[in-house]
Design a protein around this ligand. Structure first.
Ligand SMILES: *[C@@H]1O[C@H](CO)[C@@H](O)[C@H](O)[C@H]1NC(C)=O
Ligand SMILES: *[C@@H]1O[C@H](CO)[C@@H](O)[C@H](O)[C@H]1NC(C)=O
Length: 219
C-alpha cells in the first residue's frame, strides 16, 4: 500500500501492492520458482502425433506428466515409459522435441505460468545415466509412487528409462500484462535464476503461494 500526500495535506491511499512493471529478470526468477518449487512437480506436456498415425497425424496432444527439477541449469528429469502416448510421439518427432508448461498452485488468469520448449534425451543404457543415484533420489523425493516403475527393476509394472528434458526456449505469462511480464525469457537468465537459490527452504513467493522444496544439492 502506498500513501501519497497532496499539496493540501490530504492523503490518498493507493491500494495496489505492485508499483513497477515486472522486469524480465523478475520473470526469470518467478518462472524458475514455478518449476523448481511446484508442490506436485507435474507439468502439462504437449507433443505431436506422428505423421504415420492413421487417425491423428500431426494433431497436438497434451496430458499431465511427472517431472523433477534435479539440475541447476533448469533441465528436468523425466521417467520415459515407451508405453506412454507422449513417449511414442516424442520418439517420432524430429529432435525429440516437446513442451512442458507449469502453472501456479491456483492457476488464475492473474497468476504466473510458464511454457518450456525443448527436447528429450533418453538414457536407454542404465549404466550410462549421468549421476544416476542422485537423479533417482531426487525424482523419488518428488514422486514417491514412481518406485513402482523405476528403470532396471525386473518387478516393475512397466519398462522405463531415465530421461532428461533440456529446454531451449522459455515463454512466460506473469499475469495481467499491465503489471506483469509476458513474453520470452532469454534462456541464460532462466538458467541463471536457479544458480543462487538456496535449497531446502520453505518460503512464500511474491504471488502468495505457500511452497516447500526439500531437495539435495542439484547437479
Ligand atoms: C535436442 O536438440 C538439440 C538442438 O536442436 C540437438 O542438437 C539434439 O540432438 C537434440 N537431442 C535429441 C535427443 O534429439
Ligand atoms: C544441464 O545440465 C546437465 C548436467 O547436469 C547437462 O547434461 C545438460 O546438457 C544441461 N542442459 C542445458 C540445456 O544446458
Amino acid at each position: 500500500m502506498r500513501i501519497l500526500h497532496t499539496l493540501w495535506g490530504a492523503s490518498i491511499v493507493l491500494s495496489t501492492s505492485v508499483y513497477a512493471q515486472e522486469t524480465v529478470q523478475d520473470a526469470a526468477r518467478i518462472a524458475r520458482d514455478l518449476v523448481d518449487r511446484s508442490l506436485d512437480s507435474v507439468g502439462s506436456m504437449a507433443t505431436i502425433f506422428p505423421s504415420e498415425d492413421t487417425r491423428l497425424s500431426a494433431q497436438p496432444f497434451s496430458l499431465p506428466e511427472y517431472y523433477a527439477s534435479c539440475h541447476q541449469n533448469g533441465s528436468l528429469t523425466l521417467l520415459f515409459l515407451p508405453i506412454s502416448r507422449h513417449s511414442r510421439n516424442i520418439l517420432h518427432t524430429p529432435g525429440q522435441a516437446t513442451s512442458i508448461s507449469i502453472t501456479s498452485q491456483r492457476p488464475l488468469a492473474s497468476h504466473p505460468r510458464v511454457a518450456l520448449i525443448g527436447n528429450v534425451t533418453i538414457f536407454q543404457d542404465i549404466a550410462n545415466v549421468p549421476d544416476r543415484e542422485f537423479i533417482q533420489q531426487c525424482y523419488l523425493s518428488r514422486h514417491p509412487d514412481a518406485k513402482g516403475w523405476l528403470p532396471d527393476d525386473d518387478e516393475a509394472a512397466h519398462i522405463s528409462y531415465w530421461a532428461r528434458f533440456d529446454p531451449h526456449t522459455i515463454y512466460f505469462v506473469g499475469g495481467f500484462g499491465d503489471e506483469h511480464y509476458i513474453g520470452y525469457i532469454p534462456f541464460h537468465l532462466y538458467q541463471a535464476a536457479g544458480a543462487s537459490k538456496a535449497t531446502g527452504v520453505k518460503g512464500e513467493t511474491s504471488y502468495g503461494m505457500e511452497q516447500q522444496i526439500s531437495m539435495g544439492t542439484r547437479v
